[in-house]
Design a protein around this ligand. Structure first.
Ligand code: ATP
Length: 234
């Protein structure tokens, strides 16, 4: 069963209480997360990947307690950061994609073979020997996505993947996300990217302000943000 289970989670970081008591069960294929700056969206993503551990409560993804079983978590959940340069370690594309597979225990030759298979599946075989820093930001983001796809996780999380991309590149990344077979959780400030999604979570100061289908949640969210913008303009 594909499910993210967050049970009575309290999360504090450096003394700041981010989630006082969060309970959520997520099973849909396409889940969008919206909210203002500081609402807790990135913290939620970090909890689901197991990069931060809650002080109280549990986070399980497909039954794996992600903060404790790091190997299980890496095989189950992949995270695409907003900035590919926070993710890319290796100079050459093929090595970057193979790295996670080697971490997973694959022999180097097999990891490289799989990296090349992922590049071929994405129509990017010619990138294998490219230096990552010679690719554009959108292309580097695709390298990060391919590194995740190589790991074959059941869930892929995206933390504001469209920021600092031009419109055609953002649309291309959106189309790639739409085509993924995996379950997706996508954090974005742009509600237009979430219209076809199954479920939207609206976070507000560490609480769920609204949770439901896009047609129900997004118009309320947009209206609230427009009201805040009007107030700020006065
Ligand atoms: N390491 C930390 N130490 C202390 N406070 C933190 C830490 N990380 C996040 N916070 C606080 O937790 C709250 C939620 O932060 P988070 O980054 O999850 O929000 P966000 O919704 O992703 O915001 P943004 O849209 O600006 O990226 C904020 O008030 C932030 O200041």
């Amino acid at each position: 069963m594909h499910a993210i289970d967050i049970g009575h989670v309290t999360l504090e970081r450096d003394g700041a209480r981010i989630f006082p008591d969060l309970t959520l069960r997520l099973t849909e294929r396409r889940i969008g997360v919206v909210g203002r700056n500081g609402a807790g969206k990135s913290s939620l993503i970090r909890l689901i990947t197991g990069l931060v551990a809650p002080q109280r409560g549990q986070v399980r993804v497909n039954g794996i307690e992600v903060a404790k079983d790091r190997t299980g978590a890496l095989a189950t959940v992949g995270l695409l950061f907003q900035n590919p340069d926070h993710q890319i370690i290796f100079p050459v594309v093929r090595d970057e994609i193979a790295f996670g597979l080697e971490q997973k225990g694959l022999k180097r030759a097999e990891a490289l073979r799989r990296a090349e298979a992922v590049l071929a599946a994405q129509g990017r075989s010619d990138w294998a020997d490219r230096l990552c820093h010679t690719l554009s930001q959108g292309q580097r983001q695709l390298v990060c996505l391919m590194s995740i796809l190589a790991m074959e996780p059941d869930w892929i999380l995206f933390d504001e993947p469209f920021n600092s991309l031009d419109l055609p590149t953002a649309l291309a990344i959106e189309a790639r996300i739409a085509a993924l077979a995996q379950h997706v959780v996508l954090v974005t400030h742009d509600p237009a990217r979430l219209t076809g999604f199954d479920r939207i979570l609206w976070l507000e100061a560490g609480r769920i302000e609204a949770d439901g289908p896009p047609a129900e949640v997004l118009p309320r969210y947009i209206a609230a943000m427009e009201a805040l913008a009007r107030d700020a303009a006065c």
